[in-house]
Design a binder for this molecule. Structure first.
Ligand code: NDP
Length: 452
């Protein structure tokens, strides 16, 4: 059951993901699109066709045989989610499906309505439900939504989507850390001076101003994607013998993050944002956020974690920088730069790992220079995050979805700083690295790493 089949996300991500699942022989059950556009099945098929052509980069590049199979699986039900009759028709269409999967790719204001509608019509027995982001607007609303879902479903049948967790380079963070024994001994406050996560986008809101007005950078990417990346970077090794082990460790780590406050956050808005369609003329929504976080565990006590994310920045790049401490003694009469030893993970669109080292420059003297050892483009290609996550949900694998305790802990971290009045808003020029107040935020620990 695919709620929101006529929407933007369906077009951009979901149909290509479904096609991928068909290609890999992982999808052979009916996919029932549900929306209220007054469409019929032929229109839904056309939309699916446009979507996969767009994704493939042209008409001739679509796998015709797989698309024919996907097309055969599609069904369509037209109806309003606010009406009980819609769900009665759904119940009929489900027939004797034993374990239906309902994907709520719909406006967040509809999550509770659709869940209640499904429950009332008897569509949730043994069913699984995927809930798109954002999961709540703050801690209170996230708790409320969790309560509604739990009235009808146990936790292991709820799949809270955070597509970052389905990305290969992000899964590689966990793999890299725990498949290479040399990292673990230095992955702590003794050797790590600071970590930074930068999510830079050189584009703006791409015509989705009305959507962005409801979100802002803190709700859109910090509360969910970037705190999950932080959890992967900082968590302890999972106990591999339990099915929920990785989620457990991610949740534990997020629970140890100290809630943000005014002094640890800088919000920015690019000049021109208020002229975007759908944006209020006096909007105080942030298109940029920088935050300094602390993790209160033995491993990380005293280590600052900096996160910044913004739109209309100079480049599009998401990267992690792990900065190691300087050698304890200056043996060579030169002051080794603070950032000489580092590990940099470019998470997309380019995927690279760089290890920063200091090496001697040829000559009589023991003077060095910084170099980077680089492994490039090893994790590109393969399945899209949506294909990966939809496939996992169909199999009941919850590992790459956010658990209730993690989502609530994420909101606890950002809750004190969400909302237009919670912290000041600074303007910045498009094409720059955000407001200069963000440089002051990090000044005590150095400078922001600039993705290249
Ligand atoms: P859209 O507004 O484009 O689509 C919403 C869908 O829900 C449409 O299919 C619409 O049907 C349907 N719908 C809404 N209200 C009703 C109703 N009362 N009865 C029946 N159908 C209804 O939203 P998006 O696709 O952009 O987003 C969907 C979800 O995905 C949201 O939770 C969003 O936060 C999340 N998301 C979106 C991303 C994106 O890039 N778009 C990225 C990441 C997450 P109809 O068209 O017939 O009205």
């Amino acid at each position: 059951m695919f709620f929101g089949a006529t929407g933007d996300l369906a077009y951009k991500e979901v149909f290509p993901a479904l096609l991928g699942l068909v290609q890999r022989n992982r999808l052979d059950v009916p996919v029932i699109g549900v929306a209220r556009s007054g469409w019929d099945l032929a229109q839904l098929r056309r939309r699916a066709r446009e979507s996969v052509e767009h994704d493939a980069g042209g008409k001739g590049k679509v796998d015709e045989e797989a698309f024919a199979r996907l097309s055969e699986l599609l069904r369509y039900i037209d109806g309003d989610y606010k009406e009980a009759s819609t769900f009665r028709r759904l119940r009929k269409e489900l027939g004797d499906a034993r374990r239906p999967l309902h994907y709520l790719a719909i406006p967040p204001s509809m999550f509770a309505t659709v869940t209640e509608g499904l429950a009332a019509a008897g569509c949730l027995d043994a069913a699984r439900v995927i809930v798109e982001k954002p999961f709540g607007r703050d801690l209170a609303s996230a708790r409320e939504l969790n309560q509604i879902l739990h009235r009808h479903l146990p936790e292991d049948r709820i799949f809270r989507m955070d597509h970052f967790l389905g990305k290969e380079p992000i899964q590689n963070i966990l793999y890299l850390r725990f498949a290479n024994a040399l990292l673990e001994p230095i992955w702590n406050a003794r050797y790590v001076r600071q970590m930074q996560i930068t999510m830079a986008e050189d584009f703006g809101v791409k015509g989705r101003g009305a959507f962005y007005e409801e979100a802002g950078a803190i709700r859109d990417v910090l509360q969910n994607h970037l705190l999950q990346v932080l959890a992967l970077l900082a968590m302890d090794a999972p106990a591999v013998h339990t099915p929920d082990a990785t989620r457990q460790e991610r949740s534990r780590l997020i629970e140890a993050i100290r809630p943000l406050d005014r002094s640890s956050v800088v919000r920015g808005q690019f000049r021109g944002y208020r002229d975007e369609p759908g944006v209020a003329a006096d909007s105080a929504v942030e298109t940029y956020v920088a935050a300094r976080l602390a993790i209160d565990t033995w491993r990380w006590a005293g280590v600052p974690f900096y996160i910044r994310a913004g739109k209309r920045l100079p480049v599009t790049d998401t990267e992690v920088l792990v900065e190691f401490r300087r050698p304890p003694l200056e043996l060579f009469g030169e002051l080794i730069p603070a950032r000489s030893n580092h590990l940099r993970l470019h998470l997309g669109p380019d995927v690279r790992i760089e290890l920063g080292m200091r090496v001697k420059v040829p000559g009589d003297q023991l003077i060095g220079e910084d170099v980077e050892l680089e492994a490039a483009n090893f994790a590109v290609g393969g399945r899209s995050p949506y294909e990966r996550l939809l496939g996992d949900a169909m199999r009941g694998d919850t590992d790459l979805f956010a658990r209730q305790d993690a989502v609530e802990a994420e909101w606890r971290v950002v809750d004190p700083v969400v909302g237009d009045d919670a912290t000041p808003l600074y303007e910045y020029d498009p094409g720059t690295w955000g407001p200069e107040e963000a440089d002051q935020l990090i000044a005590g620990d150095g400078t922001w790493s600039v993705p290249s």
